[in-house]
Design a protein around this ligand. Structure first.
Ligand code: HEM
Length: 495
């Protein structure tokens, strides 16, 4: 047998083995006799995601197709079998009632070699338990209220920047709110006063944009199938340059704080710094862990807040009468405004909050929640069993657009979030921040951050569509967090 023939046989054998592995992976649900969406070779049910389609619309299609037929169906994220939860009672059991079976999220992290991944999102098991018990108390209402003056200060800078941009009144709204959210994060989470409105090309902003390693489907397969091998090989999610930058920044700021002996708790960074000196060694945070908690504001908060604020202003621009009522409410609450905003004033901005919630419903930033089964689970009132290490997807964006829960889901109607209407719905019908033990611990803060920014803008400016405003909206399918494609421009006018 000559060399060429041997090579040919080897290649054929390898290809056959791969084909077999792929075929076996993609027949998982068929073998288990579970209702499932037929997968396509290599891509499973995610064909077109990141190109022609957004993950949100794929999940919505599956939810609509199978809802009511079973509490869950099987589907495939590429080759990985996943459980797609369709029933709100099952969602309540997974997320709230029976969390002992669903403690983990299963997002890859490698804290020893990739320090920024020591954040709550990417931790599971005992590491998460410890970190959560230490970090969670910093997000209590008493603490976050102290950050209101800083939020107002940053919102003031945003207001001045719009004022200075006159008479050019066509503004890319997503860029504007990005500067606001970046400055909030740099000031409150990293202790560095942001100056993005003066110079939009700061190193902080550049790093907050380029921390992820290039997306690569083989890398994704590798992490999904061999997380332990990836850990052994010291795999990192984040670019070394970004890791070095954020670590250096945090160490420098911790050093400065130590020497200045400022003792107040008006930023997350100061509260994290206190945890570095905790007397109990189990509660003490290392510099790397502090950097990872600060980084989670960028990882989880930045794009989500950008998304919600941008789409809220967009929807209000399309409904001038609603926008007028929101402005009237804000101006009424802030009349005089000698003492700035406070908790009561924010609570009185009821219509604005309803608009924010309606935005989070219609344009849900994170399309799904993830959970892993840590032991076998019998699905109540059914014959089904979820096995240990099953990956569950709860398609919250699809639930938010279910016409049985929200008639005419494409209509932007903040009245859906009046107290009475909320009480009429299933508690799992609105989950933009998740729920249960792994919910978004920063929910209250993120809401306050967005309300302060929106109230400041809407109080002083009116927003309307211009020739460059995309109607209908086009989403950027390449991004996981829902965002407009390109710049979203609106006409802005002083009121
Ligand atoms: C509009 C803004 C935001 C939205 C829509 C949002 C949404 C979410 C969602 C859906 C989850 C998963 C919840 C679950 O699995 O049940 C989550 C978790 C998380 N979020 Fe947020 N988030 C926002 C802002 C923020 C901000 C500003 C931070 C800053 C620290 C943050 C930090 C986190 C962390 C650390 C987790 C993981 C919690 C854990 O597993 O213990 N989020 N968020």
């Amino acid at each position: 047998m000559d060399l060429l023939q041997r090579l040919l046989y080897t290649a054929l054998s390898v290809a056959s083995i791969f084909y077999l592995i792929i075929k076996t992976s993609l027949s998982h649900w068929k073998r288990r006799g579970i209702l499932h969406e037929k997968p396509k070779f290599l891509v499973g049910n995610l064909g077109g995601v990141g190109g022609k389609r957004h993950i949100s619309s794929v999940l919505e299609q599956l939810y609509e197709k199978y809802k009511g037929q079973a509490p869950f169906i099987g589907c495939y994220a590429y080759l990985k079998p996943m459980v797609l939860v369709l029933d709100l009672e099952l969602a309540a059991n997974v997320l709230v009632q029976h969390t002992n079976y669903f403690k983990e999220r299963g997002v890859f992290g490698n804290a020893p070699h990739d320090p920024l991944s020591a954040n709550l999102l990417q931790q599971d098991g005992a590491d998460w338990e410890r970190l959560n018990s230490v970090v969670c108390p910093t997000f209590v209402e008493k603490n976050i209220i102290q950050m209101l003056p800083t939020l107002e200060k940053v919102a003031g800078a945003m207001h001045r920047s719009v004022k200075q941009s006159e008479p050019h009144n066509i503004i890319p709204i997503n860029k504007l709110v990005d500067c606001y959210n970046i400055d909030v994060i740099s000031t409150l989470a990293f202790g560095v006063s942001g100056e993005t409105f003066l110079n939009s090309d700061t190193e902080f902003r550049r790093m907050a944009r380029s921390y992820l390693k290039d997306f690569n489907i083989f890398r994704l397969y590798f992490l999904m199938y061999f997380p332990n091998v990836a850990r052994l090989l010291r795999y990192k999610n984040y670019e070394q340059a970004a890791t070095d930058y954020f670590l250096k920044l945090v160490r420098q700021k911790l050093f400065e704080l130590e020497w200045s002996r400022i003792d107040n708790r008006s930023s997350f960074f100061q509260m994290f710094a206190e945890l570095k000196r905790d007397r109990n060694p189990k509660r003490r945070l290392s510099d790397e862990e502090i950097a990872a908690q600060a980084f989670s504001f960028i990882l989880m908060g930045l794009e989500a807040c950008n998304s919600a604020m941008t789409f809220c202003l967009y929807e209000l621009a399309l409904q001038p009468e609603l926008q007028r009522r929101v402005r009237e409410e804000i101006c009424g609450v802030l009349k005089g405004n000698e003492n700035g905003m406070d908790k009561t004033k924010l609570e009185e901005m009821n219509l604005l909050k309803q608009c924010l919630y309606e935005t989070l419903r219609k344009h849900t930033p994170y399309a799904f929640l993830l959970r892993n089964t840590n032991k076998d689970y019998e699905v109540p009132n059914s014959i089904f069993m979820l096995r240990t290490d099953n990956h569950l997807v709860i398609p919250i964006a699809a639930i938010h657009r279910d016409p049985e829960l929200y008639p005419e889901p494409n209509k932007f109607d903040p009245e859906r979030f009046s107290k009475e209407n909320v009480q009429r719905r299933h508690p799992m019908a609105f989950l933009p921040f998740g729920v249960g033990r792994r919910y978004c611990l920063a929910q209250k803060f993120a809401e306050m951050q967005m309300l302060v920014g929106l109230a400041t803008l809407l109080r002083h400016y009116s927003f309307s569509p211009c020739r460059e405003t995309p109607i209908p909206l086009v989403y950027d399918n390449t991004r996981l967090v829902l965002a407009p494609k390109g710049e979203l421009r609106l006409a802005v006018q002083r009121v």
